[in-house]
Design a binder for this molecule. Sequence first.
Ligand SMILES: CC(C)(COP(=O)(O)OP(=O)(O)OC[C@H]1O[C@@H](n2cnc3c(N)ncnc32)[C@H](O)[C@@H]1OP(=O)(O)O)[C@@H](O)C(=O)NCCC(=O)NCCS
Length: 309
Amino acid sequence: MILSKVHPGRTPPRSQPPRGGHSTTLDLIEGLYRRAPHATLYTPLCKIRDVLRGCHYLVSTDGERLSAVVAYTDDAIEATWALPGRAEILRNLIAQVQRRLGALSFLPVMETGRRSWSQMLGLQVLGRYFRARHVAPLPGPPTIPAGFRLVTVDVARDLPAVVRLMNMAYPSLPDFVDTRDVEEMTSAPYHFPDGWFFLREETHRHPVGMAVNGYCPDSDEGFIDWIQVLPRYRRHGLGSLLVTESIRRLAAASFITVSGSLDAPFAVGDLYRKCGFGQTRQWTILGKQASSRRAPATPRGGVRPPKAS
Ligand SMILES: CC(C)(COP(=O)(O)OP(=O)(O)OC[C@H]1O[C@@H](n2cnc3c(N)ncnc32)[C@H](O)[C@@H]1OP(=O)(O)O)[C@@H](O)C(=O)NCCC(=O)NCCS
């Protein structure tokens, strides 16, 4: 095993497989990501690519093979990855980074089986997420109940309706989302306009549900970001309808992923499993509560953790 510190933009040490002679650790992560996006990162790569570009990396190799990677900034570990069965090696890398960083805001880790990461690293659990990829054949068009219609969101026209619906979907979280949040989401490089759509009730022409989907051009990945149905319309199959239509709208992508909270009031993952998502991986975000200065790029499915102050 060889431990090496690698900076982005630099050629990796000789112990790593040469890839055209100019590869960086970020290139290696991208290679891993294409094969198993949900087992490499806890969130779509395009959401944190810029941060990863500026990271320091600590890697461990097993002969010629990469066996574990930790990507970190001055106050957070942004990404961790390890081959199956190499959790101990990853833990050692993380412990080395922990010693270098004065305060650790957060750190994402994949499930380890029997031993809990929070015990291994002495940190608190800030959130638990699942991440899965679509593995079933592409679905046919969903059946839309009489009196409802799918309407693509026009952000300039529909911004107030989007904010209203998002907040009504989480009645226990007042002012969960504001106009600025939505403007930020719709100006992100992964904003996919066709992936934002309402399910509208046609008598009063009011939206009762909404889907938010993204597309990452670099990795050719489509991802379901957020599905919402107003409380009084739930458990009638409308959430499944929105997921099915989302998959159809993302069908041109090479692969489709979804991430969501495991701390939601019910197992949201069941909704996605019934809609053809599988190979689910569980991720835990760890950190020190008091020093959580910067919130990680959390997946939106389920209830989002409160914004960091
Ligand atoms: C998650 C959500 C979109 C589901 O909408 P919905 O219209 O109720 O979903 P469906 O009726 O299609 O349910 C599909 C499956 O999800 C699961 N599910 C949905 N609501 C559930 C609940 N309250 N308890 C347990 N399982 C539930 C069930 O497996 C259900 O299948 P079933 O009805 O055959 O048992 C809705 O609850 C919601 O908007 N929640 C707040 C936003 C959120 O958490 N979104 C998470 C996804 S990003």
